[in-house]
Design a binder for this molecule. Structure first.
Ligand SMILES: C[S@@+](CC[C@H](N)C(=O)[O-])C[C@H]1O[C@@H](n2cnc3c(N)ncnc32)[C@H](O)[C@@H]1O
Length: 238
């Protein structure tokens, strides 16, 4: 399969781009499992993403089809491959921020906790922090409590990491509305507050941030605002 079939350098300001701007924001159309290995080792400061929801009927996607055969509601263990590849690509002092929610399937809660333990046990990443996102406009449920929270799970190569930002009593909590659904593949975009907080805490200006499941490119928009370099990858490119 062709890697990074189309690499688009987005014009982030309109009009002519300077060389600096050209290098800041990149959108790659392709499979992240093919594209990530082509990046230089130890160049990424933060990988920030929301993987395809693991309660989704679509499952994990590769190429043009859907290849995950586990039943709906089971963890997507293929995400471990992404963590495995990122081990060489992220700097030793870098981070992964994975936004993940749970939902109910066949009467039970999906096993987010087990997925995190699998990531730790099988890829060597350490789950060192957690940020809670409270959605002010969740889908209302009857018969079960309305599921209004998701987390951002923070991973590092070493447990005792000193964050790039000096933390003074900052809460691990974001409260905001769910962003509008993405038109083409109906995947939900996360609100920009999520990548803004993670980029602010886990990177410094001009660091490289990668979103292997970029969807509508929210992480990239946060990078523009905070002056970080960005590469976003998605099978579908708007
Ligand atoms: C939950 S959405 C991400 C939404 C994104 N955070 C935003 O704010 O728009 C997950 C995305 O992963 C993409 N995707 C699924 N499998 C992929 C793969 N193997 N490589 C790259 N992108 C993939 C889907 O096309 C979808 O757009």
């Amino acid at each position: 399969m062709m890697v990074g079939i189309i690499g688009i350098v987005q014009n982030i300001v309109g009009g002519d781009m300077t060389d600096r701007e050209k290098n800041m924001i990149k959108h790659i159309k392709g499979d992240c499992l093919d594209y990530l290995p082509t990046l230089d080792d130890k160049t990424i400061q933060l990988a920030m993403f929301s993987p395809p929801y693991f309660n989704s009927e679509k499952k994990y996607q590769r190429g043009g089809g859907f290849h995950n055969t586990v039943p709906v509601g089971e963890p997507l263990f293929d995400i471990l491959e992404v963590f495995e590849i990122l081990k060489n690509k992220i700097k030793d002092e870098g981070y992964i921020c994975m936004n993940i929610g749970f939902s109910y399937s066949e009467g039970k809660v999906n096993r987010v906790g087990e997925l995190i333990r699998q990531i730790e046990r099988r890829t060597g990443w350490h789950n060192i922090d957690k940020i809670y996102w409270h959605k002010t406009n969740p889908i209302p449920l009857r018969g079960r409590l309305t599921n209004s929270v998701e987390t951002i799970e923070v991973f590092a190569k070493y447990p005792l990491m000193k964050y790039p930002k000096k933390i003074n009593y900052e809460h691990n909590f974001i409260e905001t509305a769910v962003a509008a659904a993405r038109a083409e593949n109906k995947q939900k975009a996360y609100p920009i507050e999520l990548p803004l907080k993670c980029i602010d805490i886990f990177t410094k200006e001009n660091d490289l941030v990668v979103d292997p499941f970029e969807g509508s490119g929210t992480t990239g928009k946060a990078c523009e605002k905070l002056n970080r370099k960005y590469i976003g990858i998605d099978l579908i490119n708007d």
